[in-house]
Ligand binder design. Structure first.
Ligand SMILES: [Zn+2]
Length: 401
């Protein structure tokens, strides 16, 4: 299994990246032997991967990073870099390669301070590997200041440094930065390809794999969670009941409150898992005895940590709500398909009765209005409208009539 096997349904992207990795390899080999580097090269120092959530942006970036560090002897025999087995590939993929840095954030934004650190790192020559690779998974979360810091590094890169940026779409990245990157677009992988990878890699039964792939419409990570995590299935079931519950105002408000509560629970669970340990570790690092008083002068650091945890909690809540809205949109899209007489490829075949019921009781125009109401809710959340207000406005608009 090579590093490219994880790229599901992205043949063209994989082709481009393997060609670049091959040229990159030729360049390093030429430089090492003192011969002039090959002229035509498909390799470049800054790449931007865009594509819808779940299409595998960061998977593609990591596979490429691994291929750049591949040291398999097969390369010399015409093999494709990225064997998946050599030390370079293996350590890159599991995240322990000294010259592959993956930056992802669980916050809403990436600031100037963190970005400066990475830019400093980017000036260095590779420590052990062939290239210094920096994967920035959430390039859309760079603040404008951070973007400007990064711009300099992308403009004048060190000779062996490669930046791999990931974002949902081109519009999410500062124009100055994206114009300096080679752009690759990933598409939503076909449902069959996702089901196949769930069976092949995760050992999931064919029927469950197909159902999960269909329900998540080509989002690999979500499909895997749905197939393996009981709680994710329960959460989806709750969301898909919302359309049946919005018959009167009371039902609308209750449904909204439940969606908000569920998002709150998700964020609480993350907090219990991570925050408590993080706080204990920090206290220990600052020299506090367990249960004892904090040493003088540490209040600022502790407050910074608390702020960071609060921002993370906001993002978890937002992501969880976003997921619910995606499922809800999928439901009404199915309703619309039924209203138009198409029954092929419904995402939510498992709640067919509910789909049929809503389809019979309304018109395509009403369904389109409902899909728009969900979109409006998403936009309101992006503008930081209080979540409960935004979701209530949505459930009220989902009501019949
Ligand atoms: Zn390798």
């Amino acid at each position: 299994m090579t590093v490219w096997d994880d790229l599901v349904g992205q043949d063209r992207v994989a082709e481009t990246l393997t060609a670049a990795a091959r040229d990159a390899d030729a360049r390093v080999t030429a430089e090492a032997s003192g011969t002039p580097p090959p002229e035509a090269t498909k390799m470049t120092h800054a790449w931007l991967f865009t594509g819808p959530p779940g299409s595998g942006r960061s998977t593609a970036a990591r596979a490429f990073a691994a291929a750049l560090q591949c040291t398999s002897p097969d390369r010399a025999l015409g093999g494709v870099p990225g064997c998946g087995f050599c030390d370079g590939c293996h350590t890159s993929l599991i995240g322990t390669h000294a010259d592959v840095e993956v930056i992802r954030t669980d916050l809403l934004s990436i600031g100037v301070k963190e970005t400066r650190e990475q830019v400093r790192r980017a000036q260095l020559s590779p420590a052990v590997g062939r290239w210094q690779v920096i994967v920035l998974e959430d390039a859309d979360r760079l603040t404008e200041g951070a973007g400007n810091v990064l711009l300099k590094a992308v403009e004048e890169p060190a000779p062996r440094t490669v930046w791999l940026l990931c974002a949902p779409s081109l519009e999410d990245v500062l124009p100055t930065i994206r114009s300096r990157c080679r752009h690759l677009t990933l598409r939503t992988p076909p449902v069959d390809a996702v089901a196949d990878v769930l069976m092949r890699r995760d050992g999931i039964e064919p029927e469950a794999a197909a159902a999960a792939a269909r329900a998540t419409q080509g989002h690999i990570g979500r499909a895997r969670r749905l197939a393996t995590d009981e709680r994710a299935r329960a959460r989806r079931a709750t969301v898909l009941k919302v359309p049946l519950r919005v018959e009167d105002i009371g039902g609308c408000l209750r449904a909204a409150q439940e969606l908000i509560d569920a998002a709150g629970e998700d964020s609480k669970e993350v907090a219990e898992g991570v925050d408590v340990k993080e706080t204990e570790d920090m206290k220990a690092a600052l020299g506090a005895a367990p249960g004892g008083r904090m040493p003088r002068g540490t209040a600022g650091v502790m407050k910074e940590l608390a702020d960071r945890q609060k921002r993370r909690s906001t993002r978890t809540q937002r992501d969880s709500l976003d997921l619910a809205l995606t499922d809800l949109t999928g439901f009404y899209r199915d309703v619309l398909a039924i209203q138009f007489g198409s029954r092929i490829g419904l995402a939510n075949e498992d709640v067919r009765d509910a789909l049929d019921r809503i389809a019979r009781a309304s018109t395509p125009e009403a369904t389109l209005r409902r899909i728009e109401a969900i979109g409006a809710c998403r936009q309101a959340l992006d503008r930081n409208v209080a979540p409960l207000l935004a979701v209530e406005a949505m459930t009220v608009s989902l009501r019949a009539g």
